[in-house]
Design a protein around this ligand. Structure first.
Ligand code: ADP
Ligand code: ASP
Ligand code: MG
Length: 408
């Protein structure tokens, strides 16, 4: 008998029939003797629908009010599942995030979980009930409803698993595990049996939307064994766990990409100490997150400074840079919001040279121009024109033979 936290994503509870399927699955686990805490997302499309409604009435809805609205999607799903279970004669209670006291900070729309009071959950489990918790939400110290950012139900599940010291946290979704890359882009992508926290963290932060990055951070910090599985088919899925030094490592475990990038450049700024902070300071003050940064020095004592931002922040970043350009007497501000970032990830890269050159040659052979490059110990990222995304990812997937099981 184990304590298992299971999370079902939007498509997994996307219709009445799907909710009935989830209920049947839960009954099976329950009959095997397991204690179950279930986290649900909103029914598929619901969070987007609510967001569209809000934007029709207010261009920039207040974070607090948006959270009151968006949190309702998950509330609908948990109540429906609980009723379905009752119909089948299975005891269950549903709770919103604030009812189980998922305490967060007060950063609306992007809140962080600080603490979970699990007394109510334990009481229900002892009474033989399945506990169903609304994902993606909590409340701050003043009782305001907060949400955790898109994909946040993954984080609710892992945080609950950590707080309850669950034996495993299972993320049920519409794919049967973590693949070498998004199978929607590369049909030959291969499911991985296992991946390390570190690699999954890189994959998630570099754009693989299969898990919210914070859920992987939590799982790694509290060493929660995390498994991604299909809600539709049977199978062992992918286990995400700490690095096992005895296991042979694949050179590259996967390719991630991020379609939401934009780059901005300020040309001809005077090249002297303090320039980078004068350029990036106002960007940080506007709460715009920066990803890659490149500075090129010219021959005439001026420099060109380029960085990437989220596409939603593109016009804001351009406006700020235009002000900075006037102040610094820079030559020009240019930008491009039709770029994409493709990254190779793998802990095996640590001990291997030559990955970058193979990556660059593969892209060159496809006549794909690389605009920016950045590397770390276990990843190499390039920025390319978004029209080459599919071509680039497929070519790299083939070049590194990721469709074949191959260890070094
Ligand atoms: P849910 O609604 O269950 O949370 P998501 O849409 O958030 O599901 O995540 C599942 C999707 O993630 C898949 O349908 C797939 O297209 C996408 N995805 C991106 N990268 C990967 C990857 N490396 N492996 C598997 N799926 C991936
Ligand atoms: N419903 C939220 C979203 O669509 C949270 C989640 O599904 O994880 O982002
Ligand atoms: Mg998701």
């Amino acid at each position: 008998m184990a304590l298992i936290v299971q999370k079902y994503g939007g498509t997994s509870v996307g219709s009445v029939e799907r909710i009935q399927e989830v209920a049947k699955k839960l009954l099976k686990f329950k009959n095997e003797g397991h204690d179950l805490v279930v986290v649900l997302s909103a029914m598929s499309g619901e969070t987007n629908r609510l967001m569209t409604l809000a934007k029709q009435l207010n261009d920039e809805p207040q974070g607090r009010e948006l959270d009151v609205l968006l949190s309702t999607g998950e509330q609908v799903a948990i109540a429906l599942l609980s009723m379905t279970l009752a119909q089948m004669g299975v005891k269950a209670n549903s709770y919103t995030g604030s009812q189980v006291r998922i305490l967060t900070d007060n950063t609306h729309n992007k809140a962080r979980i600080m603490n979970i009071d699990n007394s109510r959950i334990h009481a229900d489990l002892s009474a033989g009930r399945i506990v169903i918790v609304a994902g993606f939400q909590g409340c701050d110290e003043d009782g305001n409803i907060t949400t955790l950012g898109r994909g946040g139900s993954d984080t609710t599940a892992v945080a609950l698993a950590a707080a309850l010291k669950a034996d495993e946290c299972q993320i049920y979704t519409d794919v049967d595990g973590v693949y070498t890359t998004d199978p929607r882009v590369v049909p030959e992508a291969r499911r991985l049996d296992q991946i390390t926290f570190e690699e999954m963290l890189e994959m998630a932060s570099l754009g693989a939307k299969i898990l919210q990055i914070r859920s992987v951070e939590f799982a790694s910090k509290y060493n929660v064994p995390l498994r991604v599985l299909s809600a539709f088919t049977e199978g062992g899925g992918t286990l995400i766990a700490a690095e096992d030094p005895t296991m042979e490592q694949a050179l590259i475990s996967g390719i991630a990409f991020n379609r939401d990038e934009a780059k901005v450049t300020i040309l001809g700024v005077p090249d002297h100490p303090g320039i980078a902070s004068q350029i990036l300071g106002p960007i940080a003050d506007a709460n715009i997150e920066i990803d890659m940064i490149i500075q090129n020095t010219g021959q005439d004592d001026t420099a060109d400074f380029t960085f990437t931002v989220h596409r939603n922040d593109y016009s804001k970043a351009i406006n700020i840079l235009q002000n900075t350009a006037t102040k610094l007497n820079a030559r020009e501000v240019i930008g491009d919001d039709k770029i994409t970032k493709i990254s190779l990830v793998g802990v095996g890269m640590r001990s291997h040279a030559g990955i970058a050159s193979t990556m660059f040659k593969t892209l060159a052979d496809e006549k794909i121009n690389i605009c920016m490059i950045s590397t770390s110990e276990i990843k190499i990222s390039v920025v390319v024109d978004e029209k080459y995304l599919e071509l680039g990812v497929r070519a790299l997937h083939a070049a590194f033979k990721l469709d074949q099981e191959k260890y070094v």
